[in-house]
Design a protein around this ligand. Structure first.
Ligand code: GDG
Length: 478
């Protein structure tokens, strides 16, 4: 099949009806257009070089590559999540540089390119997701792939100074330049990416705003990701009607939902809730914080450290403020089912999103979509989350300022209904503008509009030989 959409992401759903924002969007886009979805097999240790394994076929096909245990450690936990993730989230103090991690990262990308190239026709659209695959387009070009290739970075674009922490800092711009379209979450990320190219003597800006890098031209644009708004709102309504969400949660429930990641600002959030509790008069109604924080990447030291820190703070605050019939902080260190989560959002008077750095933050959007528009709760949102760029009617906070966050909790819980409704209406409009289907359509349309890559040096050699490539900003050849 030619002219199809080919999506590559680290995770790939294995069930017939996938759930979760990105997964639903990609699934819907592929159902419309047909095509392929390629990702890492959920089980490690299968054959790594035998081609891609088909894991589902319906209106489109899902194919998986296997990672060995060593590749998972070095490529996924190592270079992806102990170098690229901290660099992009401004935590260069947590970067762990190991030569073998970088080598495996490059080798996995080379192998995925080789497996993928056999499935790509010239008029396909290839959409690659996230920091696990930064060098993938470069490897595909080396194999002679001429299709349009787009990249979407789900996490913040790194600050220029943080890029110097990479073992080979010059690679980053070169990797990106092999794509035709680089999509980022926010205008701030786009500005950072363009700043990187401006500082690079290999790059030149074209009159139409595209970037010429050596002999390639690429476009850089923001595509704020969203959620499936109507589906999420319906799930929240259904939970409110049907389920017993625990009457002892109290009326003044404040919710937080995050993978247990150091970028989410959880210790400061707990400290702010502690400051709020400390400032509370004895006659004030009680409020509780419900924090759902499923574990993630637990074999990386920084993730084990954040868990220990958080348990210590939660234990101390509960020891200080709890009474026989009230536990101020409920901390759940495992995932809860998605529909229940939607109902808990709707039940909560406020939601705390306190990221120190965050590409977008879908929890902020889910919370707003889940509210009863007639009597909505209040979103308290870090200025450092991408979501804050458009959700300006949330209570925006500096997650480094404990007092400001404690005050924001008081303000949210005391906010008059009219103000809550007005803020919610404005936030919901912003959430609807970035509905995940709109996001996917915009990206694919923009990628389709990119001029095609023209090869010099004859047709591509799919066996892995290096070919020179060039791209001219010329009108599309029909
Ligand atoms: C990356 C970027 C960007 C969490 N706990 C449970 C649960 N979740 C779900 C939430 C939400 C998702 O996980 C988390 O999404 P976020 O956007 O908040 O954060 P990351 O995982 O870091 O995602 C981020 C995103 O990619 C998309 O581009 O926004 O900036 O870092 O959907 O609901 N879901 C269930 N149970 C849980 O316990 N069912």
């Amino acid at each position: 099949m030619s002219g199809k959409l080919v999506v590559v992401s680290n995770r790939i759903p294995t069930d017939a009806a996938p759930s979760g924002g990105l997964v639903v969007a990609v699934h819907d886009a592929l159902e419309q257009s047909g095509g392929l979805w390629v990702g890492a097999h959920p089980e490690r240790g299968g054959p790594t070089d035998d081609g891609l394994t088909e894991i589902a076929r319906d209106s489109y096909t899902r194919l998986a590559f296997h990672l060995s245990e060593e590749e998972y450690d070095n490529y996924y936990l190592g270079f992806s999540n102990s170098v690229l993730w901290p660099i992009c989230h401004g935590r260069i103090d947590l970067v762990e540089i190991e030569r073998c991690h970088e080598a495996t990262y490059l080798a996995v990308n080379r192998r995925v390119a080789r497996l993928l190239a056999q499935h790509i026709e010239d008029d396909d659209l290839v959409w690659i997701h996230d920091y696990h695959f930064l060098p993938l387009a470069q490897e595909l070009r080396r194999l002679g792939v001429r299709a349009r290739i787009g990249f979407f970075l789900h996490i913040p674009f790194p600050q220029l100074s943080a890029l110097s922490t990479l073992p080979t800092p010059d690679d980053f711009a070169r990797w990106l330049a092999a794509f035709d379209l680089v999509g980022l979450q926010t205008r701030r990320d786009t500005a950072r990416c363009l700043e990187m190219f401006r500082a690079d003597p290999r790059a030149e800006f074209m009159p139409d705003g595209t970037v010429k890098f050596h002999d390639r031209v690429l476009a850089v644009r923001s595509f704020p990701i969203g959620i499936e708004v109507d589906g999420f709102a319906a799930a929240a309504r259904a939970q409110q009607d049907a389920a017993d969400l625990g009457s002892d949660l109290g009326d003044r429930l404040v919710i937080g939902v995050d993978r247990l990641d150091y970028s989410k600002g959880l210790p400061n959030r707990f400290r702010a809730f502690g400051a709020f509790l400390g400032a509370r008069a004895p006659e004030d109604p009680r409020a509780s914080l419900l924090q759902i924080a499923p574990p993630t990447r637990e074999r990386v030291a920084a993730y084990r450290a954040i868990r220990t820190e958080l348990e210590e703070i939660a234990g101390r605050l509960n020891g200080e403020f709890a009474t026989l019939d009230w536990t101020p902080i409920r901390y759940i260190h495992h995932a809860v089912e998605r529909d229940l989560l939607a109902g808990l959002y709707r039940r909560s008077a406020a939601c705390l999103v306190t990221s120190l750095a965050d590409g977008m933050n879908l929890v902020a959007k889910e919370y707003v979509a889940a509210q009863d528009p007639d009597d909505p709760g209040v979103l308290i949102l870090s200025r450092f989350a991408g979501a804050a760029e458009d959700m300006t009617d949330a209570i925006l906070v500096n997650p480094y300022d404990i007092t400001e966050m404690a005050d924001a909790i008081s303000t949210a819980l005391a906010m008059p209904r009219d103000e809550r409704r007005a803020r919610h209406e404005a936030c919901l409009a912003a959430v609807r503008d970035s509905d995940v289907a709109v996001w996917a359509d915009r990206f694919v349309a923009c990628l389709r509009a990119c001029p095609p890559t023209l090869m010099v040096g004859g047709p591509g050699d799919r066996a892995g030989n290096l070919l020179p490539y060039t791209k001219h900003a010329e009108p599309e050849i029909q």
